[in-house]
Design a protein around this ligand. Sequence first.
Ligand code: BGC
Length: 255
Amino acid sequence: MEILGIDVGGSALKGAIVDVQSGKMLTERVRIATPEGGKPEDMAQVAGQIVEQLNWKGPIGCGFPAVVKKGVSYSAANVDKSWIGTSVSELFSKYTHCPVYTANDADVAGLAEMEFGAGKEYYNDVVLILTLGTGIGTALFSEGHLMPNMELGHIEIRGKDAEKRASAAQRTNKKLSYRRWAEHLQEYLEHMEALINPDVIILGGGISKDADKFMQYLNTRAKLLTAVLLNQAGIVGAAMYAKQQLSAAENTAKS
Ligand code: BGC
């Protein structure tokens, strides 16, 4: 089954058509910069452009960088505050003319990484997946089950929001060397281990492609891995999420 996956990020919206059985992207990844200010209507318009460029008609899965319940955003750390209380699914649907299913971006990236990536051998473990980008996204799995909307990127470290110290964007913004940035990430990982005790930690987000530049500075009790799907996880996982929702609706209709 083919579904369009859209990964909404603080810096860009990215989309591709995905074969949800194999987890493979069937098209090029379309990437359009997040409009200045990250306002709802502007971003929805960009989602519409992605759909147009890929000439898509059909269900859309969307990963959105906030707490998302039943398609509605309940937070807005790196997008405009007017997203709070807005139905991402309804608004994107209006601009794309397609049914849209939305969940937290890290949660959906985690779904993809657990099924097709670094997590697939760790189904029986407690796995924490981090997406290091504009913010820090977190997805927690126990025996393959996701605990949604964990928002562990916002714990406080040294009086600051953790993602303001250890996200990938902070490395670029503050012009930190990989070594110096890895010290912040190490401290963050130590907090995660103390609070959650995962068996496996998977580092994802665009920066995972540069793993050879910083993995040597990190040391955890948990098995520490880098994501296999790199920056495709958000798109593939968004499509997988839509598939889950469609199957659930089908099952309800049958019973
Ligand atoms: C948001 C999360 C999101 C993460 C990664 C954080 O600032 O609060 O909801 O998953 O960034 O985009």
